[in-house]
Write a protein that binds this ligand. Sequence first.
Ligand code: NAD
Length: 360
Amino acid sequence: MKAFEIMEKFAHEQVVYFHDKETGLKGITCIHNTTLGPALGGTRLWNYESEEDALIDVTRLARGMTYKAAAAGLNLGGGKTVLIGDSKKVKSEGYFRALGRFVQSLNGRYITAEDVNTSTKDMMYIAMETDHVVGLVGKSGNPSPVTALGVLHGVRAALYEKFGSDSLEGKTFAVQGAGQTGYFLIKYLLGDNELKDKAKKVYFTEINTDYIERMKREHPEVEFVNKDEIYSLNVDVFSPCALGGVLNDDTIPLLNCPIVAGSSNNVLKEERHGEELKKRGILYTPDFVINAGGLINVYHELNGYNEARALAEVKLIFDRLLDIFKIAKEEDIPVNIAAIKFAEKRIETMKQVRSNYIPR
Ligand code: NAD
């Protein structure tokens, strides 16, 4: 597909190609929608097989950011940058400063941050050339514990919806992945949360032996299971915190739980898998809503970071999910579709709200 075909199909505003001969920088920034505010989305460095693959990825990811920011109640639009190259070879100060200059050339329409294969150190170089970068050292910090906290609020919303109480007491969990987010989520489930309530039982699975050992050492009460066993455990919540695409035609029939709620992006392999969960009476918490804690946290850097304010806003994930569950019930549609409707409605409403002229 060519750039304009994609842009017309999904209503993208802007796609910018950039190149710096000296450093080998080669990339694309995509701004999907700026109705709510500047487009924010990380910079992903990847050895794409073709220019077309990079274009498809950046436009898809930018669109996803529009929905994520809108559903999170942020005054942000959706954007993304992809850099084409081998992360082991291309990185240098000059490379990222050249990128920073291109970000600056967009004059605040796009704000960048870390993503796959880019780090806080890379962001420091970008920040030497532009103000339009977040996720810097000494500001909002590591997003993962905050993402996991948002997931905890999302888990509570799902428990409330299914059982009429948001308490973890007496509830059982199967967590897939004990990396950056899964590790913190398990800690919160074990009682390290503001209400100090504690799950009855947590199972986990991992493939990284260091992380398995860490969990066994720190929390021996959390039971390890083999990676293929995690889906069929008889628990209240299955919490995917590892990879995307884990709920598909093969795994959905294995599920033995009333709720799916975790940090992973793109949990459903295809959109239709949301309908499959609905048919089975399994409540799904849409990924881009429940895992927005990190984005909400980083957004607060733009207004002078205040941790208490950021965390209070992360807590609103609870309320937003209840609103989305309500739409799904009233319209008898899968929750993943209801979440998109919820985000689109906010964008449309704000377009109307801002349609009159008010001097400021
Ligand atoms: P991570 O890489 O730190 O953790 C994922 C863990 O899953 C790893 O430890 C890995 O060994 C394990 N894993 C991989 N495949 C597995 C399998 N088949 N079975 C069991 N374990 C497996 O990543 P993360 O930062 O915790 O992110 C997890 C998910 O959450 C990703 O989909 C990510 O896109 C999403 N997410 C993360 C954040 C964040 O703030 N870190 C924010 C939003 C969304």
